[in-house]
Design a protein around this ligand. Structure first.
Ligand code: GSH
Length: 211
């Protein structure tokens, strides 16, 4: 498998975690987001969505991190990223989507660039925007994780799809110096995940393209 990745891409970070959890080897292909390499024609020809990550397997390209996680789950069942039971699986997918759809798109590179360059917002205003959506999303995630009480991870005592999303989102929040004190359960789950090798190996600072 070949993973198109960038060390700071939190969506790529989700997939790196899942690959490590399932002990799947991959070859990284680095696409430098900050230099705009994802907008170059060569990458656009490969992935018309022009986003990271993308995963090549068996000569086919997969895009969208959650679709990739579902693919890995279907093709390599063990260890599972989803629990048993339709209700529990829906809950884990809901937690993952809360992060991937309700927080991340509001704070990704092209959103922030548009605020800054097209709408003339200052660095300070953009940072306030970023922190606003982190606070909004993490407040909801904290509530979800406490009622009913979660286990060691987002759902029970095995790390799964929601944890693959939670940890990169917390990394982003820390990078933007968001106050994380109001989210003790989110942070407890994050800390539990980071004790696992799969999460530790996948973190931005440990990637070969880290700067
Ligand atoms: N929903 C997509 C989001 C992908 C995405 O926005 N990736 C970011 C990096 S984390 C990206 O490529 N951003 C480029 C840009 O915003 O210009 C997924 O889960 O894969």
């Amino acid at each position: 498998m070949k993973l198109y990745t960038y060390f700071r891409s939190s969506a790529a970070f989700r997939v790196r975690i899942a690959l490590h959890l399932k002990s799947l080897a991959y070859e990284p292909a680095f696409v430098h987001l900050a230099r705009g390499e994802h907008r170059l024609p060569a990458y656009g020809a490969l992935n018309p969505q022009g986003l990271l990550p993308a995963l090549e397997d068996g000569g086919r390209l997969l895009t969208q991190s959650l679709a990739i996680l579902e693919y890995l789950e279907e093709t390599h069942a063990e260890p599972p990223l989803l629990p048993k039971g339709a209700h529990a699986r829906a809950r884990v997918r809901s937690l993952a989507l809360l992060i991937a759809c309700e927080i991340h798109p509001l704070n990704n590179l092209r959103t922030l660039t548009h605020l800054k360059k097209s709408l003339g917002q200052s660095e300070e205003q953009v940072n306030a925007w970023y922190r606003h959506w982190i606070a909004d999303g993490l407040t909801k995630l904290e509530a979800e994780l406490t009622a009913p009480a979660t286990g060691r991870y987002c759902h029970g005592d095995l790390p799964g799809m929601a944890d693959c999303c939670l940890v990169p989102q917390v990394f982003n929040a820390q990078r933007y110096k968001c106050d994380l004190a109001p989210y003790p359960t989110v942070m407890r789950v994050h800390d539990a995940c980071m004790q696992l090798e799969a999460f530790d190996r996948a973190q931005p600072g440990k990637q070969p393209d880290a700067q």
